[in-house]
Design a protein around this ligand. Structure first.
Ligand code: PEP
Ligand code: MN
Length: 457
């Protein structure tokens, strides 16, 4: 009896081998060898390493036992909604901090942040007549890839800040510390607990109150005011307050510890959706390997260095079953650059036959340095990239499924321009970010109006 059962498995494989071309066999073998830790044998980029192995081991064994932050069913629902976005039936607003900070895990700030993303969704929905999907960079966006591992501070070379999960922003606190991963878990759990309660409590008076007062200088101010009034008069639905969490899954030992088996599939249950950064998407490396095996909806950042052939292979590797809503491509080229790259990328994806959801990250290709040395971006570049990318998708017969912005519900002064007229001199007033500059509430709300008005209704 025992012999028969094990032979059945071997027999099934042999039959497959007989009819499958070599590539399909390769896929079968890869699928067979994937485990939540199979990424470990491959080259890794951007990950912190832990000097004190005993501490790290204790941290990971604790993380492996803690309850998941999200449910597999929620991930599956997000996949369904993303599939709608891929078909042009719904539009994604993904946004939040570049790097979340532990110290910002406070009720008022979290409320403002969720409120901003939900309101951006309401605005776009109101103007375009299309439903929206709200995905926050929140409850786990604590790890940052950096262009350089070290930086010079006051003449001394120190480790770069890699996010609150890895080290401290204070130059004296840059040592990589695995205990921070547990702090990251607690902060994610507190954030998510608060936001879920807030969104489902029905106390939503302020949620519908979109503040447009600061946009007085805009030539469209009158219509913005009318739209805000109209939205305030609409009833909230469960969908208007529905949100999902996301972060860049950079630190794979952490992601592995929160990967759990459910119904025969492995899910990363630290967030509904996780993405691969533009610096860690090398085909034969650890991140792609890890992402291959998780059942979540996933995304990949696509920057100017992506080759067409490389993208074609990447989408096949990450979405071999051609599932709708499984894979999002987040392009981030920079204003004026999409024209020379996006059409080729669209062609490559078409040739692969793999369905993807196209999203425009209009911030990461638009970094500049102000005369006072602060990292910033100009609102006009961000808006230009969105308009360009929309036009290219339309022309190429593909669908733009959503936008991706770094933004804060606070009155930060990190991005230039917009109707609030933020100047270089004003940057220092409230420049809070530990990483990339974020649009403030007013600039992000104005972005939503612009996107909604550009979309065909
Ligand atoms: C980010 O989203 O903060 C980021 C680092 O983006 P990218 O990987 O596109 O550079
Ligand atoms: Mn960023």
């Amino acid at each position: 009896e025992h012999h028969r059962i094990s032979c059945e498995v071997v027999g099934a494989r042999a039959a497959e081998r007989a009819v499958c071309p070599p590539l399909a066999l390769h896929t079968v073998l890869v699928a067979m060898s994937w485990t939540p830790s199979s990424w470990r044998s491959l080259p890794k980029h951007q990950m912190a390493e832990w000097e004190d192995k005993a501490v790290a081991e204790r941290v990971f064994s604790k993380l492996g036992e803690l309850p998941p932050l999200v449910q597999p069913k929620e991930c599956e629902r997000l996949k369904l909604l993303l599939a709608e976005c891929g078909r042009g039936e719904r539009f994604i607003v993904q946004g939040g901090d570049c790097a979340e900070r532990f110290m910002d895990c406070k009720a008022g700030r979290l409320e403002q942040q969720l409120k901003l993303i939900l309101q951006m969704g309401m605005i776009i929905e109101h103007l375009s007549g299309k439903k929206t999907l709200k995905v926050c960079r929140i409850a786990g966006q604590y790890g940052k890839p950096r262009s350089k591992p070290t930086e010079m501070v006051e003449g001394k070379e120190i480790m770069s800040f890699k996010g609150d999960n890895i080290n401290g922003f204070d130059p004296k606190d840059r040592k990589w510390d695995p205990e921070r991963l547990l702090l990251g878990y607690w902060h994610s759990a507190a954030t998510l607990n608060f936001l879920r309660g807030y969104a489902s409590s029905g106390e939503h008076g302020p949620l519908k109150t979109i503040s447009v007062e600061a946009l007085k200088a805009s030539e469209h101010f009158a219509s913005y005011s009318d739209d805000a009034k109209a939205i305030a008069g609409k009833a909230l639905t469960p969908e208007s307050v529905e949100f999902f969490t996301s972060h860049e899954a950079m630190q794979l030992d952490l992601e592995e510890a929160l990967t759990r088996l459910s119904d025969g599939k492995f899910y990363n249950l630290s967030a509904h959706m996780v993405w691969i950064g533009d610096r860690t998407r090398q085909l034969d490396c650890a991140h792609i390997e890890y992402f291959k095996g998780i059942a979540n909806p996933i995304a990949v950042k696509v920057g100017p260095s992506m080759k067409n052939d490389e993208l074609k292979e990447l989408v096949q590797v990450l979405n071999p079953k051609k599932e709708q809503g499984r894979l999002m491509l987040i392009t981030r080229y920079g204003a004026g650059k999409a024209e020379s790259m996006l059409p080729g990328h669209i062609e490559a994806v078409k040739a692969s036959g793999v369905p993807v959801v196209w999203q425009c990250d209009a911030v990461h290709g638009n970094g500049i340095v102000a005369s006072n040395k602060l990292k910033t971006r100009a609102a006009k570049d961000i808006w230009q990239e969105i308009v360009e990318v929309m036009a290219i998708h339309k022309r190429c017969g593909s669908i733009l499924g959503g936008i991706h912005l770094e933004c804060s519900g606070q009155s930060v002064t990190e991005v230039l321009g917009g109707s609030v007229g933020l100047t270089e001199e004003m940057l220092l007033k409230n420049y809070e970010t530990y990483c990339d500059p974020r649009m403030n509430y007013d600039q992000a709300i104005e972005s939503a109006f612009k996107v909604g008005n550009e979309m065909p209704s």
